[in-house]
Design a protein around this ligand. Structure first.
Ligand SMILES: [Zn+2]
Length: 359
């Protein structure tokens, strides 16, 4: 992991570092632009799942009929009955359900941009650049598509640059993980030391967190602190998706992380989708990361349980964790344009839909 070249940043300094030029019009980096896109949803259905501590709505957008499949038991009881189909028999469905969880880290707007462009494809066949995406639309027509465009509207509201493309690791650390009260950049993974991120130790609250300082990726799944994580997990439990992806971003080339605390078969499915995704990236000339491993949980410190782990444990879904490049510049960072970020996102969705349909 790299380290930012500066150690402290004030809010005023952070604002001063934001480039003058706005991101391109297909880029969605704010709640206002998200709302504009939701207003353009006509073929799909938009509902409000819950509200954040800052009283901002979390939306769910769906395309394709919800098939009524009998569910006699919750997932873990169904598995214990030795018949997971007592939860949902996915083979009875005509079309697989694919669930896209947009950024739960407010500054990771690459996933928000990707999903809003995906909604545009589902509406019109074209992305927000006006480019036809017939393959993606055809694949989506064979599925029920469920999208939470933004999983942390409080964090997104705090994200003033709208994009980190062309900025540095220090900017990512400021807006993403925030600062301690003495203006020191917190960075990753230190932003997980204090949770909720609240109290006298905290300076600028990073976009990782909702207004109460809760990071929805690491909420307490058995006794939630914030409303976002249970709303997302509840929707996954109701939908019983074949595949669920949680969209994140970092400074490096696109990659998947191993879904942790899930059966090895499910990890292997994630790895297979990663391989197909890498093939699509290669076609477009993007760099790829090595496929994640398939492993039993062990080590000191042990692997962590997160939102993707929880998604499996309520639904049996194949849970994916995708990291998209922000387009940061600097040592070890992967420099990519706004256009490139969108292409990476759309390639990911294609790989996921293909897998869900062929299963
Ligand atoms: Zn993230």
């Amino acid at each position: 992991m790299s380290k930012a070249d500066i150690e402290t940043m004030t809010y005023e300094e952070a604002i001063e570092r934001i480039p003058d030029e706005n991101p391109p019009s297909f880029w969605i980096g704010s709640l206002e632009k998200l709302q504009d896109r939701l207003d353009e949803v006509h073929r799909g259905t938009v509902e409000t799942l819950t509200s954040s501590p800052g009283a901002r709505p979390i939306h769910l957008v769906t395309y394709g009929e919800r098939e009524s499949v009998e569910s006699r038991a919750n997932f873990n009881s169904a598995v214990a009955s030795r018949e997971p189909s007592n939860y949902v028999d996915r083979s009875e469905r005509e079309r697989p359900v694919v669930f896209f969880v947009g950024p739960v880290h407010g500054h990771e707007v690459e996933g928000l941009t990707g999903l809003c462009n995906f909604l545009s494809v589902l509406e019109s066949g074209e992305d927000l650049r006006g480019r036809e995406q017939q393959t993606l639309r055809d694949l989506a027509e064979e599925c029920r598509i469920v999208v939470i465009p933004c999983g942390n509207p409080d964090g997104l509201a705090r994200f003033e640059p709208r994009s980190l493309c062309g900025m540095s690791l220090a900017d990512l650390e400021f807006w993403g993980q925030g600062t301690w009260a003495d203006d020191r950049l917190i960075g990753w993974p230190h932003a997980k030391q204090l949770h909720p991120m609240a109290g006298d130790e905290v300076g600028f609250l990073g976009c990782y967190f909702n207004d109460d300082g809760v990071n929805p990726m690491h909420d307490e799944p058995f006794d939630p602190m914030g409303p976002e994580e249970p709303a997302i997990i509840g929707a996954i439990r109701r939908e019983a998706p074949a595949v669920t992806v949680s969209l994140h971003s970092h400074g490096y080339p696109p990659t998947f992380h191993r879904p942790k605390y899930v059966p090895l078969d499910v990890q292997a499915d994630s790895r297979e989708i990663h391989r197909d995704y890498n093939a699509l990236l290669a076609e477009q000339g993007f760099p790829r990361s090595a496929l994640h491993d398939v492993a039993a949980e062990s080590g000191n410190p042990p692997p962590y349980f997160n939102l993707v782990s929880a998604a499996y444990h309520v639904s049996g879904t194949i849970g994916l964790l995708h990291e998209c490049p922000h387009g940061l510049i600097g040592e070890n960072m992967f420099d990519i344009s706004h256009e490139g970020v969108l292409d990476v996102q759309l390639a990911l969705y294609e790989a996921i839909l293909r897998h869900a349909i062929l299963r």
